[in-house]
Design a protein around this ligand. Sequence first.
Ligand code: FMN
Length: 295
Amino acid sequence: MKKFPTCYLAPISEYTHRAYRELCKKRGAEFTFAPLINTTQIIHQKDKNIHRFIDFEKEKKVGIQLFGSRPEEYPRAIERINTFEKIKWLDVNAGCPMPKITKIGAGSRLLTNQDTLIEILKSIQGFDFTKSVKIRLLKNSESTKKLVEKLSPLVDVIIIHGRTPEQRYSGTANWDIIKEINETTDNFIIGNGDIQTIAQGKKYIKEKYCDGFMIGREAMKNPWLFSKKDANPKKIFFEYYKFYKKYKISNPNDLKQKAIQFFHSFRGAKELRSTIGNMFSEEEIVGYIKDHDFK
Ligand SMILES: Cc1cc2nc3c(=O)[nH]c(=O)nc-3n(C[C@H](O)[C@H](O)[C@H](O)COP(=O)(O)O)c2cc1C
């Protein structure tokens, strides 16, 4: 089997932009994913606006994820992106359960429209990059395994979030089904769902649940989880702030969103999050955090 990294930062919309990916890589994520991009939007976007979607110039260890329901749009979107920055890894989103994605026939809707998903994957075969598809579980392990069997020859890697679309984020991820799939396919399988520590991810690999693991929500709260070290939220915030400046994010809402994620699990964190939640400028947010000690 071809070798791939084992530890991944998940794609998270409006969160895993360049600055955040760089921070996670600095702290030990071996590979990262940019948030999902709409094929239709990429095709029709004016050049001057395209960098809202393409923020991976000369970036290493980054995968791009596309969503859409029209197979013919994928090669066009890819060619357009390639004129700005050559894609090294492309993932097709077939797992997102959010109505704004499924109502256009994309994301997890493709798990029920499997012929369309197959057509999409066929449409990208001519490109020279790592190909993956990110899916969720179907109703039972048999139907999920059947789907994986169909997808298997068309991709290098299959990323599996161990929940059904109907579950959204409720309940716990079903790692037993991920393991069953891993046992029956030759593809590199990246398992995803509820991982909180690197040790837990490594254990899943050791026990053959998957070949690699991907972390989402826990990495939103603590990008340092990828490293062996620990840091307090203030330190994490200011490390993030350096990347925020470096990549000229210039969006106080982004800073606020990150601070609210980082500041948790200590006395007074709730009040702090609500205070920051009511701030609107970068100066205000950064000044407030600088002037406070958090234990
Ligand atoms: C706010 C949010 C945004 C997400 N955006 C995406 C996305 O753009 N593409 C995608 O494939 N999954 C997306 N996901 C799903 C995650 O990549 C991941 O599959 C899911 O959170 C389960 O992993 P976890 O338990 O480690 O969080 C998103 C999840 C959250 C919470």
